[in-house]
Design a protein around this ligand. Structure first.
Ligand SMILES: Nc1ncnc2c1ncn2[C@@H]1O[C@H](COP(=O)(O)OP(=O)(O)OP(=O)(O)O)[C@@H](O)[C@H]1O
Ligand SMILES: [Mg+2]
Length: 348
């Protein structure tokens, strides 16, 4: 089974091509691209004393040889009391990264043994570090026995191949390849364009020409949607003293446009607009350091969950900027399509 995997600072995403055995409970059409997305949080699972809704069972995971049961995604946020995420350069070396990656891979099938060829994305800043690709291969490759939620039996994940792709390149692959991994847009494949990926912890820029990224025109800054959440947190400190929300809660409040303070709804629009402006300007200046006015680029693609925070400001400078469909999942979709593309080549 070919799998696309993206363990981001905010969300973990996995994509497979639909088959009868993929995503238990999901009525996937054969060949239809399927994705699962959950928050990138993992912690030791502690049972509530009383819960009317049990934690979503598939979001609990055990590893053979380790007595601890881990919660991932929303049930981990509920239990960890985590207020602020850390966007560390050493993210891929953390135990949490491994738990999230394997929990995601376990989602794709209910078979007791699954052979997996994984295409995984890494941030541009990480992939350039010596040993990063080898490290990720060592973590994922080989045999992993896991048990998800209340599934009765252990599942053996046999990871045979791990390919590593710079995260924003997934968006490119999603544009040029169709769901079967065949080239669908030859013009794009020959052209030169920019990609801006605005995630939770990072904002990444790639410049792509004839489907290769240009080394002197790529970069990453350590600010994304979570930076916006922190700006809003500062506003809350002044305007709603005593209201302590986690990064995740603030991020959701930003999408909703309000918070509740002593039970009353407070409009967040002024805080969001100010944060959007500050962040948008920083991102456009960052892009300009690689693209200038962008006149030599055919198009600029905008992806990542937090793209909406910068799209307006970006469009003022780059009129040829466009948000890709399903921007939060574009990268992982592209990773999967790349795996499908490679499986069609004899060298795979
Ligand atoms: N509708 C929306 N409006 C504004 N922000 C949003 C929206 N949906 C998601 N976000 C923000 O997008 C960010 C997550 O995006 P994404 O899933 O691409 O991040 P990630 O890939 O996990 O992070 P990174 O790429 O930095 O590792 C969060 O900060 C979230 O608050
Ligand atoms: Mg990302």
């Amino acid at each position: 089974m070919i799998v696309g995997l993206d363990v981001g600072y905010y969300k973990t995403a996995v994509a497979v091509s639909g088959s009868r055995q993929c995503f238990p409970g999901n009525q996937a059409q054969r060949g239809e691209l399927q994705t699962v997305l959950f928050e990138s949080v993992a912690c030791k699972y502690v049972e509530s004393l009383m819960s009317v809704h049990r934690a979503s069972a598939s979001m609990l995971v055990r590893f053979q040889g380790d007595d601890t049961e881990y919660a991932v995604g929303q049930s981990a946020i509920d239990r960890s009391g985590l207020l602020i995420n850390e966007e560390s350069e050493r993210w891929i070396e953390s135990q949490i990264w491994r738990i999230l990656a394997l929990a995601a891979l376990g989602q794709v099938s209910h078979a007791t043994r699954v052979d997996l060829d994984v295409v995984v994305g890494l941030p541009i800043s990480t992939i350039q570090n010596d040993g990063a690709i080898e490290h990720v291969r060592a973590v994922l490759n080989g045999s992993h026995s896991i048990k998800l939620g209340d599934r009765g039996s252990w599942q053996k994940l046999e990871v045979r191949v791990v390919r590593v792709v710079p995260q924003p390149f997934g968006c490119v692959l999603d544009r040029v390849l169709d769901d079967r991994g065949t080239m669908r847009d030859q013009d794009l494949a020959r052209g030169r364009f920019g990609v801006l990926d605005v995630g939770g912890g990072t904002t990444q820029v790639l410049t792509v020409q004839r489907l290769q990224d240009l080394p002197d025109r790529r970069g990453s800054m350590k600010r994304g949607g979570l930076y916006v959440a922190r700006l809003v947190r500062q506003w809350l400190r002044h305007n709603c003293p005593g209201l302590e929300l986690s990064d995740f809660e603030i991020s959701r409040a930003i999408v909703a446009g309000h918070v509740f303070y002593y039970g009353d709804q407070v409009d967040l629009t002024p805080a969001i607009n100010a944060a959007r402006e500050t962040f948008g300007e920083a991102v456009v200046a960052f892009c300009a350091s690689y693209w200038g006015e962008g006149a030599d680029l055919d198009r600029v693609f905008l992806c990542g969950g937090a793209q909406a925070m910068v799209a307006g400001t970006l469009a003022e400078r780059y009129q040829h900027a466009e948000t890709v469909p399903d921007p939060q999942l574009a990268n992982v979709r592209g990773f999967l399509k790349y795996g499908l593309f490679l499986s069609r080549q004899s060298s795979y």
